[in-house]
Design a protein around this ligand. Sequence first.
Ligand code: DAT
Ligand code: MG
Length: 151
Amino acid sequence: KQRERTFLMLKPDAVQRGLVGDIIARFEKRGYKLVALKFMNASEDLLKRHYADLSSKSFFNGLIKYMSSGPVVPMVWEGKDVVKQGRSMLGETNPLASLPGSIRGDYSIDIGRNVCHGSDSTESAKHEISMWFTEKELVNWDSHMDTWVYE
Ligand code: DAT
Ligand code: MG
């Protein structure tokens, strides 16, 4: 069984631009398993904790304002190497440095409107999952796709 999990979050621009289904579909079609998902307005307090390591940056206030400007879609996805693969499917932090075919490379231009978050390590994934979801919200289920995705 593949147990690695990552935290992904569709940002307010992804929601406003109608990209929610498309981005989720990429992870589904790749073969990853959805473990948790919600649709919510994130509080400034939660966003400040989520981006705590960037609190000294000049763009921090703008980042929090952007992330709290509309609803977001926090999600947990599971599967082999999902943290690293998720980052690679996202592209680079700066969309202009992201290859076509990546989410940011296909859907965004400015760094401050880069449509999707993804954990950058298994440790930060654990931390972020626990910040955004309770243990009860992480759904245990067997995907019948697994035997067709994994050998
Ligand atoms: P990532 O989202 O790729 O993990 P990060 O953790 O370094 O990148 O930064 C978090 C978010 O903050 C990023 O998605 C967009 C914003 N950001 C990062 N660097 C920035 C910069 N130089 N100017 C404006 N926004 C920035
Ligand atoms: Mg980051």
